[in-house]
Design a protein around this ligand. Structure first.
Ligand code: XLS
Ligand code: CA
Ligand code: CA
Length: 436
């Protein structure tokens, strides 16, 4: 079989003293952290779209990257060769999961029936490669945003015909995800938003989006797919305003339309920052509301205003993210999917490996730092102490709903001005730095 990345062998753990750029310094799959293997905590996944289909195109020019697996005239041959290259990379890296959009793995044909036949053919091959390598599908999803028919959205399109097309596509994508044993299925509302309110009936579009998701839930039950459904928030891009703006917004939407029991969220770092939040904020919101499903681990560039989807390298952010994830109980079905692409000038196959090795090591360090913070209970104790009043007499009465305005007023009239306590932010920031 053709080897697509011949200059890379299996990536091994060599420890923090290694100078080998193609070795892990921190990610040691079987090492136990808080009693669990690192691989099981982190559940790394490679994304198909950026890693294999992304060739460095940007708004100012076409792709710059040439890959051997694209060197065929027949698009199906390209699809098959790409899949071989993908599983070669997964196994050389030692990641246990992958993610795809339907249109990443098989090219769209002139009609839906033929498109689905193509998908079926590739899915059979993927199934075999999964069986041969043990690599599993973290999630599948639908690309209902690239084709021109979706220029005005999929579920929120003003045309019911386009809505029906999107529904047909999602139906098939859920089915193939089920066939491949996918652990999750993601809904990212590519063009579910608006460019101008002058032509938009927002209320009606939101109702339609909820109907599409309800149909997906019904179909999931019908075919017996027990994977987890995830919504991926993003505030803007490609539309000026995306309906799934952030986790708070998605949560409200799911509750309004009685979908909250059927969906959790897939939080992407770069989308959090585009929404004006930190990555940790979005994770913490989900954790506080029991809706943390999975994570797209990447980063943006704070000096650029768009979704740059870079590989994560910031250990501080990875530590806080892993801290929040561990505190919420860790991943059950979710994982860390590198929804990230190499830069346009990183034209060699080996760059894909440097990128993933660095990202995996970054999160491995984040995990180890977070585990130490948890073991030492430094932040936990500080938070506990800060809220200790709520375990006292007054706090318990309020939390126990035993008092109302009149009793609280009487309390203040009797006790006077509350005593203030320092938030100790600087001290805690210093402590945190000791763990990085
Ligand atoms: C795009 C999204 C997309 C989803 C899957 O910004 O991140 O890649 O993760 O459709
Ligand atoms: Ca994403
Ligand atoms: Ca993104």
């Amino acid at each position: 079989m053709t080897e697509y990345f011949p200059d890379v062998k299996e990536i091994k753990y060599e420890g923090p003293d290694s100078k080998n750029p193609l070795a892990f310094k921190h990610y040691n799959a079987d090492e136990l952290v808080l009693g669990k293997k690192m691989a099981d905590h982190l559940r790394f996944s490679v994304c198909y779209w950026h890693t294999f289909k992304g060739l460095g195109a940007d708004p100012f020019g076409p792709g710059t990257i040439i890959r051997k697996y694209n060197d065929f005239s027949d698009p199906m041959q390209i699809a098959e060769a790409t899949l071989d290259a993908a599983f070669e990379l997964f196994t050389k890296l030692g990641v246990n999961f992958w993610c795809f959009h339907d249109r990443d793995i098989a090219p769209e044909a002139d009609d839906l029936a033929e498109t689905n036949r193509r998908l079926d053919k590739i899915v059979l091959k993927a199934q075999k490669l999964q069986d041969d390598t043990g690599v599993k599908l973290l999630w599948g999803t639908t690309n209902a945003f690239s084709h021109r028919r979706f220029m005005a959205g999929a579920g929120t399109n003003p045309s019911p015909e386009v809505f029906a097309y999107a529904a047909s596509q999602i139906k098939k994508a859920i089915e193939i995800t089920h066939q491949l044993g996918g652990v999750n299925y993601v809904f990212w509302g590519g063009r579910e938003g608006y460019d101008t309110l002058l032509n938009t009936d927002m209320g009606r579009e939101l109702d339609h989006l909820a109907m599409l998701l309800q149909m997906a839930v019904d179909h999931k039950k019908k075919i017996g797919f027990d994977g987890q459904f995830l919504i991926e928030p993003k505030p803007k891009e490609p539309t000026k305003h995306q309906y799934d703006f952030d986790s708070g917004n998605c949560h409200a939407f799911l509750q309004k339309y009685n979908l909250a029991n059927d969906f959790k969220l897939n939080i992407e770092a770069n989308h959090a920052t585009l929404a004006g939040h930190t990555f940790q904020h979005e994770l913490a919101y989900c954790a506080a509301n029991g809706i943390l499903g999975s994570v797209d681990a990447n980063r943006g560039d704070m000096l650029l205003g768009w979704d740059t989807d870079q590989f994560p390298t910031n250990i501080y952010d990875a530590t806080l993210a892993m801290y929040t994830i561990l505190q919420s109980g860790g991943f059950d079905k979710g994982g860390l999917n590198f929804d990230a692409k190499v830069r346009r000038q990183s034209v060699d196959g080996i760059d894909l490996f440097y990128a993933h090795v660095g990202a995996m090591d970054c999160f491995a360090r984040g995990l180890k730092n977070a585990a130490r913070l948890i073991e030492d209970k430094v932040l936990e104790n500080a938070v506990k102490e800060r809220y200790a009043g709520w375990d006292g007499e007054l706090g318990s009465k309020i939390e126990g709903k035993k008092v109302g305005f009149a009793e609280l007023e009487a309390y203040i009239l009797e006790h006077g001005e509350p005593e203030l306590a320092s938030g100790r932010q600087e001290m805690l920031e210093n402590i945190l730095n000791e763990y990085i």
